[in-house]
Design a protein around this ligand. Structure first.
Ligand SMILES: [Zn+2]
Length: 234
């Protein structure tokens, strides 16, 4: 079977977008979620050489992207990370969480394998947004854990919605993934949205003094599968 190249996918998606009578401005659209690929560009990084793919959608209208390596082929068993945005961890070197190292480790693993994807999911702070995450940090400084802090601010423990990521992967022709995560809930959510998870690939980094409490909360209260072993002495 012919697997479409990304350029073909974009051409087809752009045609569909042009044909959309409301230009995706369609809260009452019969289709619950429309997701379209609108750009692909070369993306050299210090971790390796990738493609970076831009999407639009008619639901949250956020700028979710995919960083892709290699050929998708039959779309099966793609080494994948669905990474929730964390400005403080991903870009500012925060030690309050393990997000930055998890993101960069995922890119390294994909480069090594020669095929895979990071989906950068714009769901800062488990979906509560950057400033609300900072409010939660202030509560954590006063003794709350990350779950209780979110709830104290009036949010669910986890506000993320995986319908859009699943639809984005489907748009690229991905059928099944080997998901880099420690979070069984994320595996369930992807499967619930129609992307088969053929393997959960553990994605743990050694804890340190600043994120140990946070990781313990992830393990004890969010059910993440973490060993929390210390890094071996250098
Ligand atoms: Zn983080």
């Amino acid at each position: 079977m012919h697997t479409p190249e990304i350029s073909e996918i974009i051409a087809q998606n752009m045609e569909e977008l042009r044909a959309c009578p409301l230009g995706m401005d369609c809260d009452k659209c019969a289709k619950d979620i429309c997701v379209a690929v609108v750009s692909v560009a070369d993306f050299p990084t210090k971790y390796g050489h990738f493609k970076i793919i831009g999407f639009v959608n008619n639901r949250d209208r956020k700028d979710h992207i995919v960083i892709l390596k290699g050929d998708l082929g039959d779309g099966e068993n793609l080494l994948t990370r669905v990474h929730s945005a964390c400005l403080t961890g991903d870009a500012l070197g925060s030690l309050r969480c393990d997000c930055g190292p998890q993101l960069h480790r995922a890119l390294e693993r994909i480069e090594k394998e020669g095929r895979g994807a990071v989906l950068y999911h714009q769901e800062e702070g488990r979906g509560i947004g950057l400033v609300n995450k900072l409010r939660a940090y202030a509560l954590q400084d006063a003794g709350y854990d990350t779950l209780d802090a979110n709830v104290a601010l009036g949010f669910k423990a986890d506000e993320r919605d995986y319908r859009i990521p699943a639809e984005m992967l489907r748009r690229l022709g991905v059928k099944s993934v080997r998901l880099m995560t420690n979070n069984p809930e994320k595996v369930n959510d992807m499967e619930g949205n129609g992307i088969r998870v053929t393997e959960r690939v553990p994605h743990e980094l050694p804890p340190h003094e600043h994120d140990r409490n946070y990781l313990e909360t992830k393990r004890e209260r969010f059910g993440h599968l973490l060993d929390l072993f210390d890094a071996p002495e250098e």
